[in-house]
Design a protein around this ligand. Structure first.
Ligand code: GLN
Length: 197
């Protein structure tokens, strides 16, 4: 049975669990999606999602609980790992000055440069239609979103908004600046699960 773990220490966890369950159903894969805040679940899963929330808080908790090491191992095993919004920040190798100032530990799984709260205060939250490579037009919800400002050579850019990269993939790692779990459309979660099947 295919298991998707959603790191449940903070943020929009339940929405990801529901989207992942619906995506599994639509793909006809027998499986489950579970939220976890304890060591031991991610390592027994086939895929893991790091939700949005507050990157500083999520970082502290995953490193304290030993979940960070489990995510890194899963990624090394070639299993799909998806980070959305704050989760994208945690996936990156190169943080910005805010990441440095708050001494936020990153997982360093994607060769990308991220900028926290890249869209400014005037645009705290907004919804736009993106064209995502491999998925197509997608209604994307941004909430105090980060952006990818630069990518390394092994990273594939999947979507851009203005001058910012907002979706990217590096082998089995998928990073999104927006929240695919906040719309009923499950295609991003399907794409993610299919990366590992
Ligand atoms: N601004 C948040 C951070 O930097 C991310 C926002 C979100 O995940 N919705 O951690």
């Amino acid at each position: 049975m295919y298991r998707v773990a959603v790191v449940g220490v903070q943020g929009d966890v339940e929405e990801h669990v529901i989207s992942a369950r619906r995506a599994l159903e639509r793909l006809g894969i027998k499986g489950e999606a579970v939220a976890t805040r304890k060591h031991g679940v991610v390592s027994k899963s086939d895929a893991v999602i790091i939700p949005g929330g507050e990157s500083t808080t999520i970082s502290k908790l995953i490193f304290r609980e030993g979940i960070a090491e489990e995510i890194i191992q899963l990624a090394r095993d070639g299993k799909p790992v998806m980070g959305t919004c704050a989760g994208l920040i945690l996936l990156s190798m190169h943080g910005d000055e805010q990441v440095e100032k708050t001494k936020t530990k990153l997982l360093g799984l994607m060769d990308i440069w991220v900028k926290r709260n890249a869209f400014g205060r005037q645009r705290e939250s907004f919804q736009i239609k993106l064209d995502i490579k491999g998925i197509g037009p997608f209604d994307a919800v941004f909430i105090r979103a980060p952006a990818i400002t630069k990518v390394g050579k092994d990273v594939e850019v999947l979507a851009k908004y203005d001058e910012f990269i907002v979706a990217a993939k590096q082998q089995n790692i998928l990073g999104l600046a927006f929240h695919p779990e906040l719309t009923p459309d499950t295609r991003v979660h399907e794409f993610f699960i299919e990366m590992g099947t």
